[in-house]
Design a protein around this ligand. Structure first.
Ligand code: B12
Length: 384
């Protein structure tokens, strides 16, 4: 392909899109094939393919086609992009069409790597829907791939990932929305839209970028929480979309787990647990990740921790802070809190977190927590 370029059919096969889609992108958005020899059909060069990949990725993430095309066209100027984009520490979405993934892609392409032409090239390993420019031996292609990747990252971070929540665009599972309100963060909109499409790679991409570039507290408060609350309301109104809730929950769990944990030598002095029969754990996962970001290790026992197990764990680990989460009024039983406080050596802080607790009836020595940032502050101080 390096010399000849791809026909429209071959390009469409590589990308896994219909030829008509390519034609539309060409005619409406100027993303056409640039190689032209008299007497022949125009052909897609490697740079054209990278632009198309950017277009494909961004439209799949909910960016309006015209805007996606503008970003795709910018990839022809790698220098401009790589100078302004954040460092690509977030993996690109995986998937059959993932051309922009791979730790080897950096904003500064390494021409030396192209000295040998014996490595895998896009021509030798054509998989449907797959093009890996970063594997290419061509400096131009590597540069274009780096620029494309950088452009997506800067898009995510600049908040330009605006999902048009009302335009279904006919994707699988599309056409449904999660109401977030007019002041929602663009990344939350993108996440909501990806969630409704059941597009796990796009969700991870948005979530990982948010966690990596904003930090856990902001990612939770501005991106994850609004979408969780929105899908909860959607479920309440329709008794549907449990599949969305589950995939979103899973994706959030995974994204929170990418936060590096403190060194193993540091003994965790914080114990986090959900109350007995309580299955909601995401806020505790966010707390564990945010604490880790602050260098505070914790033990997260997870869902449905019976009181006996909680007391045993406290007995064996002697935590300075215990946070018990109750999401549902039915699990906000104050007895475990009282038992924790009456231990011979009670934890310094026993905190009740979540909307399930009867705040007015909490034992006086219990610390009620109302938000993630407060949780990080209180637990960090107790464990210092
Ligand atoms: C994800 C989810 C699930 C997942 C949980 C997965 C997991 N690993 O956690 C699963 C699928 C397991 C689930 C199950 C159920 N769920 Co559910 N779930 C949710 C959802 C969408 C998000 C939960 C969450 O993480 N909330 C945390 C944040 C995002 O929301 P919040 O609590 O309102 O946030 C406030 C405070 O908690 C605080 N805060 C936020 N984050 C943090 C962090 C810290 C550290 C602190 C201190 C404070 C804090 O600030 C916010 C503003 O005040 C909620 C919707 C919602 N609004 O919460 C429903 C929701 C909680 N679930 C609900 C229901 C009914 C259920 C089920 C009974 C459904 C069923 N029929 O089986 C079961 C319950 C099972 C059980 N016994 O626990 C209802 C509860 C209604 C009620 N009040 O009784 C909700 C509200 C959905 C709804 N609108 O109907 N659920």
């Amino acid at each position: 392909m390096a010399n000849d370029g791809l026909s429209a059919g071959a390009a469409a096969r590589r990308l896994g899109v219909a030829v008509t889609t390519l034609r539309t992108w060409h005619q409406r958005y100027g993303l056409g094939p640039s190689r032209h020899e008299p007497g022949h059909h125009r052909r897609y060069t490697v740079e054209d393919m990278v632009r198309l990949q950017v277009m494909q990725r961004l439209t799949a993430q909910g960016v309006a086609p015209a805007e996606a095309a503008a970003w795709a066209r910018r990839t022809s100027d790698p220098a401009a992009l790589s100078s302004s984009a954040p460092s690509p520490s977030v993996p690109s979405p995986s998937g059959a069409d993932s051309a922009l993934s791979g730790p080897e892609v950096s904003p500064s392409p390494e021409p030396e790597a192209s000295a040998s032409h014996s490595g895998p090239s896009v021509d030798r390993a054509p998989r449907p829907g797959s093009l890996r420019p970063e594997d290419s031996t061509e400096p131009a292609l590597r540069a274009a791939a780096a620029a494309a990747r950088a452009s997506i990252l800067s898009l995510v971070e600049s908040g330009a990932l605006i999902a048009d929540a009302d335009s279904g665009e006919g994707r699988a599972g599309g056409g449904q929305t999660i109401a977030l309100g007019p002041r929602a963060d663009p990344a939350a909109r993108g996440l909501a839209r990806a969630a409704m499409r059941l597009d796990a790679p796009a969700m991870r991409y948005i979530l990982d970028a948010a966690v990596t570039h904003r930090g856990v507290v902001s990612a939770w408060n501005k991106v994850m929480m609004p979408v969780l609350i929105g899908i909860g309301e959607r479920y309440e109104a329709t008794e549907r979309f449990i599949e969305v809730e589950h995939l979103l929950s899973r994706s959030i769990t995974e994204a929170l787990s990418i936060v590096p944990r403190p060194p193993r030598e540091l003994t965790p002095r914080a114990l986090l647990a959900a109350a007995d029969e309580e299955q909601h754990t995401l806020p505790l996962e966010a707390l564990a990740a945010a604490l880790a970001e602050n260098g505070v290790p914790s033990r997260l026992l997870g869902a449905r921790v019976p009181v006996r197990a909680l007391l045993d764990a406290v007995d064996r680990t002697g935590p300075a802070a215990v946070v018990l989460w109750s999401q549902l009024p039915g699990t906000g039983d104050v007895v475990p809190l009282e038992l924790l406080l009456s231990l011979p050596q009670p934890p310094l802080v026993v905190a009740a977190a979540g909307p399930g607790w009867p705040i007015a009836d909490l034992p006086p020595m219990v610390t009620p927590l109302s938000g993630l940032a407060e949780g990080v502050r209180v637990v960090s101080a107790a464990c210092a």
